[in-house]
Design a protein around this ligand. Structure first.
Ligand code: COA
Length: 323
């Protein structure tokens, strides 16, 4: 019997506070029309001062677990993608495990920035498809607002906070059909936060504790690599572009998304777009979009979904999913 990993529940959560483009125009030299024209973003959700990545992850996870119709105690693996872990250690996945009360199985974080959810899904899929885990919780959760320079209009208008989650179950039915992960660390300086733990002092002394980005170079590379990785996923499954029912892309920029849809010959009504409502939520953006489309009854059982992402590293990846 061949085992597969199937998605049996999705959930997501956005913090209450909404910051509009007009709000940002009061603190940096920008306009609503510039942001909308260049990115498609209208607003983003930002955490409260006492709200952390694990809080967002918990809300999204509880919703996914409820949608799956299981008890949290049945979860035997947590893989959590985040760039904005609450602590140096333990991992946010361990903090989440304690909140949910599903101790005992492995729980760990994955760091692949905006590609984090695709990486996490790929790792969890292998645990489930090999029979190592029966029910896995895969989460993307970010408080990106905490690593933004709110005086830098090049970056602060693009990102937001949020979380999304899926529950995977071992099944004889497919499932996640394939995943495709890539990285090229030669490009690390085009999109990065220079400070960290080991090299913290120098970067912080230089005042470089926030996201720095060469926007135009990132844009070009994102379009190129996401175009390649969606074709790679189709080829691996001998599927034609027309076999894809839904594109659920990383929600960074509507123009990048439109370029990938064009490459696939897909009309925009087959693309799940949520970037206008919450900006780029990094590892949370794909599960946020997936959950929105599922709850709106747009994505239906048996349909074929293509997810794809690009992020700091550079990292990029895709997955084909039979829902
Ligand atoms: N409001 C107004 N002007 C802004 C601005 C803002 N929020 N941010 C940047 N600008 C200005 C720049 O200062 C620059 O001005 P200059 O030409 O006087 O130096 C100009 O706009 C840049 O214009 P342009 O290069 O035409 O912008 P763009 O079409 O490349 O759009 C981004 C800029 C950042 C929106 C775009 O490059 C992008 O989306 N890049 C990818 C970012 C991303 O998705 N990162 C995460 C990947 S996971």
């Amino acid at each position: 019997m061949t085992l597969h990993a199937r998605i049996i529940g999705t959930g997501s959560y956005l913090p209450e506070k909404i910051v509009t483009n007009d709000d940002l125009a009061k603190i940096v030299d920008t306009t609503d029309s510039w942001i909308q024209e260049r990115t498609g973003i209208k607003q983003r959700h930002i955490v409260a001062d006492d709200e952390f990545t694990v809080d967002l992850a918990e809300h999204a996870s509880r919703r996914a677990i409820e949608a799956a119709g299981i008890d949290a105690s049945e979860i035997d693996l947590i893989v959590l993608a985040t760039t904005t872990a609450d602590q140096v250690f333990p991992s946010t996945a361990c903090l989440l495990q304690s909140r949910l009360g599903c101790q005992g199985g492995p729980a760990f974080d994955i760091q692949a920035v905006c590609t984090g959810f695709v990486y996490a899904l790929s790792v969890a899929e292998k645990f489930v498809a090999t029979g190592t885990s029966k029910k896995a919780l895969v989460v993307g959760a970010e408080t990106f607002s905490r690593i933004l320079d709110w005086t830098d209009r090049n970056t602060c208008v693009l990102f937001g906070d949020g979380a999304g989650a899926v529950v995977l179950e071992a099944s004889e039915e497919p499932g996640i059909l394939s995943t495709h992960l890539h990285a090229n660390g030669d490009y690390s300086k085009l999109l990065h936060v220079p400070s960290g733990v080991s090299n913290n002092l120098a970067a912080v002394q230089e005042g470089r504790a926030y996201v720095e980005m060469e926007g135009s170079d990132v844009f070009k590379m994102a379009v190129k690599k996401m175009g390649e990785v969606v074709i790679e996923a189709l080829d691996a499954n001998n599927l034609a572009k027309s076999d894809v029912d839904w594109l659920v892309p990383h929600q960074a920029n509507q123009r990048i998304i439109a370029a990938t849809a064009k490459k696939l010959g897909m009309t925009m009504d087959k693309v799940v777009l949520t970037v206008a409502e919450h900006g780029n939520t990094s590892a949370a953006s794909i599960p946020l979009a997936l959950d929105a489309a599922v709850r709106q009854n747009r994505i239906k059982a048996g349909e074929t979904i293509l997810i794809e992402a690009f992020g700091g590293g550079f990292t990029w990846g895709s997955a084909l999913i039979r829902y």
